[in-house]
Design a binder for this molecule. Sequence first.
Ligand SMILES: [Zn+2]
Length: 179
Amino acid sequence: MLNELWTDWLRHIGGRPAYRIYGKAKPETDWRVIDIYATTRRNLGSRWPLWDGTCVTWSAQIIAVGWDFALAVWREQSENPASRQYPIEVSGGRIRDAAGRKVPGRDSPTSEVLAHECGHTWQALRLHSLYLPFVGMVTLFREGPHAWNYFENQASKLGQFGGIVAGSVNPELKSGFVS
Ligand SMILES: [Zn+2]
């Protein structure tokens, strides 16, 4: 219930999403449609828009990213589309390895970050109103071997990105509205 109200409100203030995607976590059987909201505030200005800080999962249905990130995923997906039959997952179950060097087989690094965020949407679904205060805080610690890395590790291990929903891409993204 709270998740729905929160999602409705975020949609209300967010306007039109950059696009919608199919996402879920491995334990789920059904794919969910998730809105990807892009804002210039989350642009990184880096060649590697890989850091988790550029993306925030606000609810089970909403992920906020930078326009540059949204564009990078869209370009990767144009070349190498994920699908619900062949979803993108985080290679080796860890995002962090990708940041400094390209891991063999990691052809779609930004799409893998989105898969990680899909893992967070599942956590939001399960934890309801506890998600933001709890995971939102813990997420700052990111992946690692410690107990407080649990949610980050789990998001990387279980998140699946099943592709961009056909016909959902915002024309502003296509026209290169990225400043
Ligand atoms: Zn994360």
